[in-house]
Ligand binder design. Structure first.
Ligand code: UDP
Ligand code: MN
Length: 241
């Protein structure tokens, strides 16, 4: 049958969390054969997320894996690594060999047509990401259907200059790799992960009409400064005043 897409969403407790996850989760209900892995940067599973997952009716896995304290103290904190690592371990252990892994941050915006693009991924597929960085788009550069470089506002010596939402990985290929990891290095999470997959640039499978179409955006939500929002409402499904 149709390959399952394992959508890995790292998240952490703050006033916007349930709003972000509600919007994203309801988008995912429009997609066939997705399994949503919500990976919390926390030592416990938040009940408001459990309730949301149950209401949505999607196949899901709910994990809680806090960031070690040493990384929280860094100048540039590597966000969402402990929880993405836990999700990776889950997929390596439980993922269907026919499936596909895709990282999707809780605050991003996605066109559901992107799932059709990534569903057939052998090793790693890639496409552009909009609304990101100084160039406003980050994308593989394609010539003759092959990736020949990257267009990205922050090269930083990276072999793979891509955003977390800019690629998908075949689960069978992932399982074959012996040293899969994601580094606790802010800005280098994607590059470090893709390098750990033993991937060559020539192996990248080009999607989204030769990387000419933007189907996912690195949107960010402004922090709401309201004093009321600083209260922890997440034990309830909604903010009940
Ligand atoms: N995140 C996390 N723990 C943190 C900060 C962020 O798990 O301490 C998650 C967050 O929910 C998001 C992803 O990691 O899904 C990336 O974080 P954010 O959107 O803040 O970073 P950006 O890439 O937009 O700068
Ligand atoms: Mn973000």
């Amino acid at each position: 049958g149709m390959p399952i897409i394992y959508v890995v969403t790292p998240t952490y407790r703050r006033p916007e969390m349930i709003a972000e996850l509600t919007r994203l989760g309801q988008t995912l209900t429009m997609v066939q054969r997705v399994h949503w892995i919500v990976a919390e940067d926390s030592s416990t599973c938040t009940s408001a997320i459990t309730n949301l997952l149950q209401r949505l009716g999607l196949p899901y896995t709910h994990l809680a894996t806090p960031m070690p304290d040493i990384y929280r103290k860094e100048r540039y904190v590597p966000r969402g690594v402990s929880n993405r690592r836990a999700a990776l371990a889950w997929v390596k252990e439980n993922g269907d060999d026919n499936g596909v892994l895709f990282f999707l941050d809780d605050d991003n915006a996605i066109d559901i047509r992107l799932f059709d693009e990534m569903r057939s991924t052998d090793k790693v597929s890639m496409w552009p990401v909009g609304l990101i960085g100084d160039y406003t788009v980050s994308s593989p550069v394609v010539n003759d259907g092959k990736v020949v470089g990257f267009y990205d506002g922050w090269p930083a010596g990276r072999k793979f200059q891509v955003d977390m939402a800019g690629f998908a990985v075949g689960v069978a290929y992932l399982k074959k790799q012996k040293k899969v990891t994601m580094p606790y290095i802010a800005g280098h999470e994607e590059d470090g992960f893709l390098k750990s997959l033993n991937l060559s640039v020539k192996d990248i499978e080009v999607r989204a009409d030769g990387c000419t179409t933007i189907l996912v955006w690195h949107t960010r939500t402004a922090k709401n400064p309201s004093r009321l929002l600083k209260l922890d409402h997440h034990q309830n499904d909604n903010i009940k005043l």
